[in-house]
Write a protein that binds this ligand. Sequence first.
Ligand code: GDP
Ligand code: IMO
Ligand code: MG
Length: 428
Amino acid sequence: MPAIVLVGAQWGDEGKGKATDLMGSDVHYVVKFNGGNNAGHTIVIDGEKYALHLLPSGILTPTCTPVIGNGVVIDLEVLFREIDDLEARGVSTEKLVVSANAHVITPYNRTLDKVGERFLGSRKIGTTGRGIGPTYADKMSRNGIRVQDLFDPHILEQKVEAALAFKNQVLTKIYNRRAISVQEVMDELLPYAERLAPMVTDTTLLLEQALNEGRNVLLEAGQATLLDVDHGTYPYVTSSSATAGGACTGSGIPPTRVSRVIAVLKAYTTRVGEGPFPTELFDDDGEFLRKTGAEYGTTTGRPRRCGWMDVVIGRYATRINGVTDFVVTKLDVLTGLEKVPICVAYDVDGVRHDEMPVNQSDFHHAKPIYEEMDGWWEDITGVRTFEDLPANAQAYILRVEELIGARVSAIGVGPGRDAIIARHPLLD
Ligand code: GDP
Ligand code: IMO
Ligand code: MG
């Protein structure tokens, strides 16, 4: 079987975890290919809530092998805490495999993320403070620490020493912080080596064999299209490739093996952290979306900024990712509104833009041009077929589908695992 990619279409928190979980036992491998514990996926099963950060969402399906790919950055403390928490709740994590080439988030990278943000003041990115940016920066600068380095303490020590020689200058002379010793870092990282060792393998080989054996492999993104370091609202982005292209580099699965790209699109828009957001609402409607949609970060607990659906972004996500299927989530949150606006284009200083403006400054100045759809009042959380949705809810989905340029194959109507309307199969 070919591989399937699942990405977020907006600024994250679209419900990717739930969408992955939806495919359940039909998926044999779920690979996290980018990001780290900046991600937060909440999955609700039989009323029980699971919040995952580093572990791929497939961990909740017993038949599925969860894979942490080479494109991920791992905070080992968080990884083992998450494993222990799940085991304590009766979820087996014994199938988890980890790429030997994934990078490790070190204590100095966590510190540099936090002090770096403070240093930026009003120009801050609003990062999750988990050390993500500095760890990817080290990877690109070729002085990162990889999972495999943990199994050779001598090499590890040399690499940490080389990294700290520079980082300590920055910490002490620019940020006025204390220096971090090589020993401190070794003492944090090395004790995990023994527990980690049995999980570590050449995941690219494992996944190629799985595909050759006809297994379904799902490549699951953290973050989303507009947080992608290349295609997002730079510099207000994360530091990894969260779009479909990143699925290949972050997993080692070549593009020729990918048959489908599923994008998860929230029925409205949210964003955490700083950066432009054309349809952001600062009024009661924004508060309504935040309250009704429980829009508070899974990772940092920050209130999410909320706004209406923006199909300029939806179309952009279709283009950048080659989306074949959309999963629209949280349609239930829009119930009870008189009118449901859809942003169909932007007005930038009197000029209409139907596509994402090429210049970031234009995007900062973009004013949404809305089309208003009629709302619906009926409770839709128990609806399981498209035809049973209120006519206005159907019309909303059909209009969004028409504007984003790819079919809507499933619609979320509640947080629970079964609160979903399936229109087209997500797997071949
Ligand atoms: P992710 O990061 O993309 O996996 O998304 P998050 O888990 O951060 O945020 C999505 C939130 O919406 C979670 O709390 C989910 O339980 C919830 N959710 C997902 N789909 C639906 C839906 O269709 N309706 C409602 N009401 N909640 C949903
Ligand atoms: P999931 O996978 C929403 C945002 C942060 C910040 C920016 C950079 O749950 O959708 P970082 O710590 O990555 O350097 O922060 O990216 N961000 C997310 N926003 N959902 C996420 O993940 C996010 N991961 C990072 O808020 O604006
Ligand atoms: Mg999230």
